[in-house]
Design a protein around this ligand. Structure first.
Ligand code: FAD
Length: 387
């Protein structure tokens, strides 16, 4: 076996690897066929405390930084499992932690840490605005001590498996705001009360098993006490949450990349064609080695972004660069792994084709590659903005 891999937080990594052996390929394949949610896997991770590593100890979590979160998610993905079903439970609470009131933190965070409350849903994207978040139209009108929410969201994942959702809405029109990013507000929606009472959830079947949905808001009532932070400042609140999300998802990509390298290396050593292991051919060796070089380099960028986030430094550019490099390294490794396996790369029982489909997502979500390049071009390299 290769020595590749990062050994920060070795105890966490070791425990997560052991936990993942209880959820082998057959488990994920059966769920994938049915597009079913990995309830048992998520419950186990929650009960063993791996989804509360970022919650401060005073609220019942482990009080660790993003590096620990990366260790958990990387090892889940390296083991052939998928953290997409539960990663949001780890970081979505950051909006409450960093911008919620003392009472909100005291009420929600211990319950999220214990798993009593699932905060798995983060509702930003809309059908008509796409990546241009300042053009969201879902509107919350204040009436007394309630907001009345109307609008639509798309691609909102895990809503059916969550008790709460962090929702970004407009509380004043874009045209009336001093800056396009002003006038947006964050609401914490209690899904247990909302679904069927102003909120309709429609699942979207996709090429991967991701429990994503479309949401329709029709006079949904949300108490004003469920607003996070000040009205109109919501865009700012979700930005640092987005940086954490990008860094942690980059960690999932690193785990995927290592999964593909592990599997390709093992197969290349074992499979003999023309009387010798295929791994003796440089045409097979070099792509595996290149994938290793790329995943290792991306991993350094991910660690740098995580360290900056944990130090409270601005890290938007680094989080974006980490996500771009890691998602592309994982995709190169996925393609290499299919090629190394020849026909068997396409057989469901090898799990390569499933992971290949799963890792493709990360060049599109949570932010697409073009938008990252645009950020680097205009914010770092001072090139003119084209839109
Ligand atoms: C499985 C899945 C799960 C998701 N889960 C969630 C979730 O839980 N919560 C949530 O809020 N969202 C979620 N999303 C949404 C995701 O964040 C968006 O799909 C992603 O940000 C891209 O936005 P879009 O699909 O609207 O693409 P668009 O913004 O419509 O862009 C389409 C393409 O055009 C490119 N493009 C757009 N503008 C430009 C430009 N100016 N220059 C160059 N290229 C450009 C983009 O890079 C992209 O490739 C999910 C998406 C998927 C597929």
């Amino acid at each position: 076996m290769t020595a590749q891999g990062d050994e920060t937080f070795p105890e966490i990594r070791d425990s997560v690897r052991k936990l993942c052996t209880r959820f082998p390929g057959e488990y994920w394949r059966a769920l994938d066929r049915e597009r079913a949610y990995p309830t048992e896997f998520v419950r186990t991770l929650t009960h063993e405390g791996f989804l509360s590593v970022l919650i401060p100890e005073e609220f019942g979590g482990s009080g660790l930084g993003l590096g620990a979160g990366l260790a958990v998610l990387e090892e889940i993905h390296r083991s052939g499992c998928n953290g997409g079903a539960c990663h949001a439970q780890m970081y979505t609470m950051g909006t409450v932690l960093r911008h919620g009131s003392a009472a909100q933190k005291q009420f929600y965070l211990p319950k999220i840490a214990s798993g009593e409350l699932r905060l798995q849903a983060f509702g930003v994207t809309e059908p008509t605005s796409g990546t241009d978040t300042t053009r969201i139209r879902t509107f919350a009108k204040r009436v007394g001590d309630k907001y009345i929410v109307n609008g639509q969201k798309i691609w909102i994942s895990r809503v059916e498996h969550s008790d709460l959702m962090v929702l970004l809405v407009r509380t004043s029109p874009r045209e009336d705001s001093a800056k396009p990013s002003d006038g947006m507000t964050v609401l914490l929606v209690d899904l247990r009360e909302a679904v069927g009472h102003g909120l309709t959830v429609r699942p979207i079947r996709t090429m991967i098993n991701h429990a994503t949905t479309e949401l329709f808001f029709d006079d949904l009532e949300v108490p004003v006490t469920n607003r996070i932070g000040e009205e109109g400042k919501g865009f700012r609140y979700i930005l640092d949450g987005m940086n954490a999300e990008r860094i942690l998802i980059a960690g999932e990509c690193i785990g995927d990349g290592r999964f593909f390298i592990d599997r390709a290396g093992a197969y290349a050593r074992d499979r003999s064609v023309f009387g010798r292991p295929i791994g003796e051919n440089q045409g097979i060796q070099f792509p595996i080695a290149r994938a290793y070089v790329q995943v290792s380099a991306a991993s350094e960028m991910v660690k740098k972004a995580a360290a900056m986030f944990d130090a409270g430094k601005p890290c938007g550019t680094e989080a974006n660069m980490a996500k771009l490099l890691a998602s592309e390294a994982a995709w190169f490794a996925a393609d290499m792994c299919i090629q190394t396996h020849g026909g068997f790369g396409f057989a469901e029982e090898f799990d390569i084709e499933r992971k290949f489909r799963e890792t493709r997502l990360y060049q599109v979500a949570p932010i697409s590659t073009n938008l990252i390049l645009s950020h680097v071009a205009t914010h770092v390299l001072d090139l003119p903005k084209s839109f």
